[in-house]
Design a protein around this ligand. Structure first.
Ligand code: ADP
Length: 403
């Protein structure tokens, strides 16, 4: 099935046309800095994926999508010649609130519920909704699916998702923990179950999505029972540029001391903190590892803090579950950095998570899912590669295929 995957952000648009049967990408598109003077969009097609740049100044995110559809029907390199050849659309939605517990076909009711979720992710959801409306206009008979970052975590029990705040904030504003990276945690758990040769419903798994953003989930019998991200993706682990969990009193303290606005504080916590803030070098882990290797003390401190916070989160989820069969590492850092995996698990051997150095270092089959713990490690350690657009295409295919 040819699935158009649409991943709309506040000022970006990522799309792929994916042949879901062969798990193959046929078209890739990335629009960045949308809304700015220097906005640009690159489009490339199978098999060479040679990027062609387009000027998209003045366009909205949905406007970029319209332009992409024109390019896809006009460009002789394009694998399709008419929009009718797109068999389904999979939309990535950041926040599904309490309305969506799984990937959902977008009908009138779902579209109404999506509108109610906009205030939960005011930067991302409205852009995605606009794209959905554009596609409903241009491809009126093509099924569209919404795949949510939050849906997988809707199985969390109230003791995990409620905040110890006055109850009226939940009643009036639905302030609670929603989590994120849900498709990634679900996929990582399923892939780990395949590696262990047992059904995911029989397993207790701790899944670690460590990319620019990062979150860990406790997945008990295939269901998320807790996760480190909360009302927004700011809670939990230390991340590339996000602080993760800090004493909330620091926020009001800094705002008073420096007389800064809510928006300025928001930018400090989301864009200037985390690995970037501590290292002073970069929010990109590779840069910080390089700097630390050259003796940069702050880069080293940032890595130590990053590792320590992950170790504590893994330990707390070991306590949250009744059994732990495996810890699963995925996303940019989790998949690619043998050094960080080694540092993380060096502190967790006493809990029965024992890394095999050779298996951890092995890069011959980069991209392949594998077990990297020693044979008799009581808890296995797995590495699973993730591809967000591909996961969305597969979830869309599964749902549309059942219709
Ligand atoms: P996103 O969350 O934006 O999807 P990714 O999952 O691609 O991000 O992760 C990006 C992060 O992974 C960056 O910090 C990058 O430096 C890090 N990363 C990628 N490859 C490596 C590597 N070989 N060693 C260490 N870090 C890596």
């Amino acid at each position: 099935m040819k699935v158009l995957v649409v991943n709309a952000g506040s000022s970006s648009l990522k799309c792929q046309l994916i042949e879901s049967d062969g798990k193959m990408s046929l078209m890739k598109c990335l629009a960045e800095r949308v809304g700015n003077e220097d906005a640009s969009m690159s489009v490339s097609f199978f098999p060479d994926f040679e990027k062609v740049k387009y000027n998209v100044a003045g366009l909205t995110v949905a406007g970029c999508l319209k332009k992409l559809l024109d390019i896809m029907t006009d460009d002789p390199e394009s694998p399709i010649s008419g929009l009718g050849q797109i068999e389904a659309v999979g939309n990535r939605i950041v926040a599904g609130g309490e309305y969506f517990t799984r990937a959902t076909l977008i009908d009138e009711k779902a579209r109404e519920d999506l509108a109610k979720c906009e205030e939960l992710a005011p930067l991302h959801n409205p852009a995605a909704d606009e794209c959905i409306d554009t596609l409903r206009e241009m491809l009126p008979t093509t099924p569209q699916v919404a795949v949510f970052d939050t849906a997988f975590h809707q199985t969390m029990p109230p003791k995990a998702y409620m905040y110890p705040l006055p109850m009226r904030y939940y009643d009036e504003y639905k302030i609670r923990r929603y989590g994120a990276h849900g498709t990634s945690h679900r996929y990582a758990a399923q892939q780990a179950a395949n590696l262990l040769g047992r059904p995911v419903r029989d397993l207790g798994l701790i899944t670690c999505h460590l990319g620019n953003g990062g979150s860990i989930a406790a997945v008990n019998h295939g269901k998320s029972v807790d996760t480190t991200m909360g009302f927004t993706p700011l809670e939990g682990l230390m991340m590339g540029t996000r602080s993760g969990s800090i004493d909330p009193a620091i926020i009001t303290y800094i705002m008073r001391r420096e007389g800064i606005s809510f928006d300025e504080m928001d930018a400090i916590l989301n864009r200037e903190s985390g690995i970037r803030g501590v290292s002073g070098t970069s929010g990109d882990m590779r840069d910080v590892l390089d700097a630390a290797a050259e003796g940069d003390e702050r880069a080293n401190l940032a890595i130590e803090m990053y590792v320590y916070r992950i170790q504590k989160a893994i330990g707390s989820y070991y306590a949250a579950m009744t059994r732990t069969d495996a810890v699963v590492m995925t996303a940019g850092i989790g998949e690619n950095s043998a050094e960080l995996r080694e540092r993380i698990f060096a502190g967790l051997a006493h809990m029965g998570m024992i890394l095999d150095k050779d298996r951890n270092d092995f890069t011959g089959a980069l991209g392949a899912n594998r077990i990297i713990s020693i044979d008799d490690s009581p808890i296995r350690i797995c590495v699973v590669t993730t591809d967000e657009e591909m996961r969305i295409a597969r979830e869309t295919d599964a749902l549309v295929g059942r219709m």
